[in-house]
Each structure stands twice: as structure tokens, then as C-alpha cells.
Write a protein that binds this ligand. Structure first.
Ligand SMILES: Cc1cc2nc3c(=O)[nH]c(=O)nc-3n(C[C@H](O)[C@H](O)[C@H](O)COP(=O)(O)OP(=O)(O)OC[C@H]3O[C@@H](n4cnc5c(N)ncnc54)[C@H](O)[C@@H]3O)c2cc1C
Length: 465
């Protein structure tokens, strides 16, 4: 029997996770990747930003240490008043960690029998890929299925062009060797909020330019309000309803001009204006692959494009720009192609996190959907400040929120705002994935004292007789 051949364009989580599944299922797999295994997720986006944020978290914890009775003595026996970050060392660590992880993924793929072609691929009809090799020349690779997982790149504007020195995309910030004296972050979506929060906690004065009336317009409104309050309290200037028109540089000064004529000046600016898919010049249209507005690849819930035998996964589809979703779409594509059990992508089971301080983690249906009448649900929200562990740790900001169906009591969503919310959301994710009831969530023991105790308490409050 002929062996199924899969050709994968792009070695990010959408591509490499698919490659591992396809190899496990017995296919002959080739990954064509242009920039290094792990993709943007590992080399420029998730991994570097979360590594930077790990340092910011230490700084944030230290800033609250005095309340817990900790003071820092300088070498002369006095009390040290300032803790500084060595940004050059932080960035060196970030880049090293990303490069190591990329190498680990490369090794794992090779060990599992995946062939890796270093180069830029494009489709040559439905069953063939042409790779322009990094070392020169071209290679034609035939496949019974092709997975397009080419990711996305930072959006820039003609009036706001990065120069890699003071006007930066999120991919360029790790080349900074000097600490910005005044940082402006343009864009208050997840990426903008994460960088603004991180650099603020690293001790850098930050102005956040937000075109909307609050930060994180796509997230739970209560959570975004808590975050904005915390950011302002820690000294961030948040400019709401302020749309950027242009970003220019003169010497060491960067000026962000707003559409209402105001101007904000700083030493550096990070552009967090969203992403554009890497789908140009891939030969997609010629292969009959339908694109959506903005150039994203149209896919169904099992990652099929409009052309038989061509699948797509990850940021290039614009379905939900998360590494976890990219990986799942890639795995689903290969399971579908190779006849394994397929569970179509269910976005209502995706848990996600905004890595600000405090973190904001969500899963399932949102409060907005409940308010719009898309889902009938009862809602309970408990502030973190009442939790005994939170009191011990000096945590005041944050809450847990649970949504459950009236009648059945089945948990359909939740929000956690607080330190390590990304870890605390997991029991709610399990409840949503497995259709557990609030009573079942309340019935499982939680450690005393623990932040997760608030989740059980919220579930108890949803009990109906
Ligand atoms: C700052 C930031 C932080 C983030 N943090 C998180 C997080 O904490 N958690 C999370 O889940 N998500 C996070 N994301 C989102 C996450 O990075 C993406 O969803 C994820 O990278 C998508 O994976 P992908 O495989 O689709 O694409 P990518 O990771 O972009 O990989 C695609 C790869 O394909 C390569 N490629 C492109 N064109 C070609 C071609 N023609 N031929 C060969 N190769 C090609 C690219 O160079 C790239 O290496 C973050 C995003 C940003 C911007």
C-alpha cells in the first residue's frame, strides 16, 4: 500500500504539531520552513514575550514585598531603595531560550522521522509545493495533502513604519540594549496590553495609546476594568479613545500623533496594531483556495480549505490567533487527512490568557454573549480580595466569575483575574469541556487556603435547590 505523503508549509505550532501527528499516523512528512522551527510562536511571539514577562513578574512581586515585611539592604547596611532590570541580560536570556526551544523542536521532528526543508514554499497546484531553498536552488515536493501553516506578521502602516531602533514591532523589542526612558505602546489589544504591563513592571514609564474607551476591548469588560485600574494606579498613562495617526522619529525622540491633533512624545514606541496573514505569493488562489477578507485562508472546522487535499491551520486562517488553536487545527487536519478520529474544532472550549499583571484567563461563553442573549446563563462573580490565600499574599485585585446554564447547572464559561490566572482557569476548562455542573465543580476538594477555593465557592453560589 502506498504511503500517504503530507507536505507542510510553515514550522510554527500549526505546522510542527501537525507534522508530529502525521508521522505518528504513519505518513511520510516534509516540513518546509523559512525562519526556524517553532515559528513566530517560539522565535518572536509567545515564547519571547512570556520570558520577558517572567522577569516583569519578579519585579511586580518585589514591588509588593515591603507590605509582606521584606526589605532590601544595600552592601553598606542601609536599605536599598531601587531595584533595576538589566534589559540587555533579560533580552539575551529571552533570545537564548527561544533559540534553544526551536532547536528542541527541530530535534524532536527529526527523531520522529519528519524531513525538514529549509526554505520558502509555495503551491504549484493542489498536490505540489516548490521550495526556494535557503541554501539556493529549488526543490519540488509532491504531496497527497498539503497543510498551509505560514502564520502572520505584525501589521504596520505607511504612516507608522518601524525602524528597528526606536519605532519597533513586537518582533524587534528583544534587540533593545538600552532601557527606554519613556515607552509608548500603540494598541491596547492583548499584545499591546501585555507589553505595556510588562515594561511598566520592569520600571519603565509607559504611555498606552488606545483607540477604544477601555483597554482589551475584546475581553471580559469587568476584567479589562480591573486591569486598567491597576495599570493606572501603578503609574501608566492610558490614553483612551485616542487613535494614532502617525509615528515619527527625530533623533532620540519618537512622536505619536493622534487623529485629534494631540502629540505624545517618548524615547521608544512599540506598534501593536494586529497581524496580517502570510498568504501572499503562496499560489493559493491559483490552486483554487478561497481567501477571506484581509487575506486569511477560509477553512472549515476540520481545517479543510476550499480545495480538496489542501488544509490550513493557525494564524494564516485568522480563526483564533493562539498557538494552542494553531496546534489543534494542524492536528485535526492531519487526523482528517489520514482517517484518524476527528473532533472538529470547538472554539467554545478554548481557554486563553492575557499575560498582564494581573493575568486574565477565560474559557467558554462570555458575559457579552450572555448579555446579547446568545446564551442563557446564570453568572456569579467573587472578588479575589475575600480569598484567604490572596489576603496572605497581599493580592487585592481580581475576581473569579462563573457562568452556568439555568436548570441543568452545567458550567459554560468562566473568567479568572489574578496572579497565575492562566493556571487557575484549568478546572473551569475541564468543567466546560466535560459539561460538568456547578455542583460537581463545587464538590471537588480544593486546598485550604488556595485561590482555587474561590472557584469552588463561586460554584457553590450557583447551587439551586
Ligand atoms: C507578542 C505575541 C505574543 C503571543 N503570545 C501567545 C501566548 O502566550 N499564547 C498563545 O497561545 N498564543 C500567543 N500568541 C499567538 C501565537 O504566537 C500564534 O497564534 C502562533 O504563532 C500561530 O502559529 P502558526 O503556526 O499559525 O504560525 P507561526 O508561529 O507564525 O509560524 C509560521 C511559520 O511559517 C513560516 N513561513 C511563512 N511563510 C512561509 C513559506 N512560504 N514557506 C515556509 N515557511 C513559511 C514563518 O516564518 C513562521 O516561522 C502571541 C502572539 C504575539 C504576537
Amino acid at each position: 500500500m502506498a504511503i500517504d505523503r503530507a507536505v507542510i508549509l510553515g514550522g510554527g505550532p500549526g505546522g510542527y504539531e501537525a507534522a508530529l501527528v502525521a508521522a505518528q499516523l504513519g505518513a511520510e512528512v516534509t516540513v518546509v520552513d523559512s525562519d526556524g522551527l517553532g515559528g513566530s510562536a517560539v522565535l518572536t511571539d509567545c515564547v519571547p514575550s512570556k520570558t520577558l514577562i517572567a522577569t516583569a513578574e519578579v519585579m511586580s512581586d518585589l514591588s509588593g514585598a515591603a507590605e509582606l515585611g521584606v526589605s532590601f539592604a544595600d552592601q553598606g547596611g542601609g536599605t536599598a531603595t531601587e531595584i533595576r532590570v538589566d534589559l540587555e541580560r533579560v533580552n539575551a536570556r529571552v533570545k537564548q531560550l527561544a533559540a534553544d526551544q526551536s532547536r528542541d523542536i527541530h530535534r524532536r521532528l527529526v527523531r520522529d522521522g519528519v524531513r525538514i526543508v529549509s526554505g520558502r514554499g509555495r503551491l504549484d497546484g493542489p498536490g505540489r509545493v516548490i521550495a526556494s531553498l535557503t541554501d539556493g536552488g529549488e526543490e519540488t515536493i509532491e504531496g497527497d495533502a498539503i497543510l498551509v501553516a505560514t502564520g502572520a506578521a505584525p501589521r504596520t502602516l505607511p504612516s507608522a513604519q518601524p525602524d528597528g531602533e526606536r519605532i519597533l514591532t513586537w518582533e524587534q523589542v528583544y534587540d533593545l540594549t538600552e532601557v527606554p526612558s519613556e515607552l509608548i505602546v500603540v494598541g491596547s489589544g492583548v499584545t499591546g496590553a501585555e507589553f505595556a504591563s510588562a515594561y511598566l513592571n520592569l520600571g519603565i514609564p509607559v504611555t498606552l495609546v488606545s483607540s477604544r474607551d477601555r483597554v482589551l476591548p475584546g475581553e471580559d469588560a469587568d476584567a479589562a476594568t480591573v486591569l486598567e485600574e491597576v495599570l493606572r494606579r501603578r503609574g501608566m498613562k492610558v490614553l483612551s479613545k485616542s487613535r494614532m495617526e502617525s509615528v515619527t522619529r527625530s533623533g532620540d525622540t519618537v512622536t505619536v500623533t493622534l487623529t485629534d491633533g494631540r502629540a505624545v512624545q517618548g524615547s521608544h514606541c512599540i506598534l501593536a496594531l494586529g497581524s496580517v496573514p502570510n498568504t501572499a505569493e503562496l499560489g493559493l488562489e491559483d490552486a483554487g483556495v478561497r481567501l477571506k477578507d484581509g487575506g486569511f485562508v477560509h477553512v472549515d472546522r476540520v481545517s479543510r480549505t476550499s480545495t480538496r487535499g489542501i488544509y490550513a491551520a493557525g494564524d494564516c486562517t485568522g480563526v483564533l490567533m493562539l498557538a494552542s488553536v494553531a496546534a489543534m487545527q494542524g492536528r485535526i487536519a492531519m487526523a482528517h487527512f489520514l482517517g484518524d478520529t476527528v473532533h472538529p474544532l470547538d472554539l467554545k472550549k478554548v481557554s486563553s490568557n492575557v499575560f498582564t499583571a494581573p493575568e486574565i484567563a477565560t474559557v467558554g461563553w462570555s458575559q457579552q454573549a450572555v448579555e446579547n442573549g446568545e446564551m442563557e446563563a446564570e453568572v456569579v462573580m467573587l472578588p479575589m480580595s475575600g480569598n484567604p490565600r490572596a489576603k496572605m499574599q497581599g493580592v487585592r485585585d481580581g475576581f473569579v466569575k462563573l457562568f452556568c446554564r439555568p436548570g441543568t447547572g452545567i458550567v459554560v464559561g468562566g473568567v479568572v483575574v489574578g496572579p497565575r490566572a492562566s493556571e487557575l482557569i484549568h478546572p473551569v476548562s475541564i468543567a466546560v469541556a466535560e459539561s460538568l455542573t456547578a455542583d460537581q465543580l463545587a464538590g471537588a476538594f480544593t486546598v485550604y487556603p488556595s485561590m482555587s477555593g474561590s472557584l469552588a465557592e463561586a460554584a457553590r453560589r450557583l447551587h439551586r435547590v
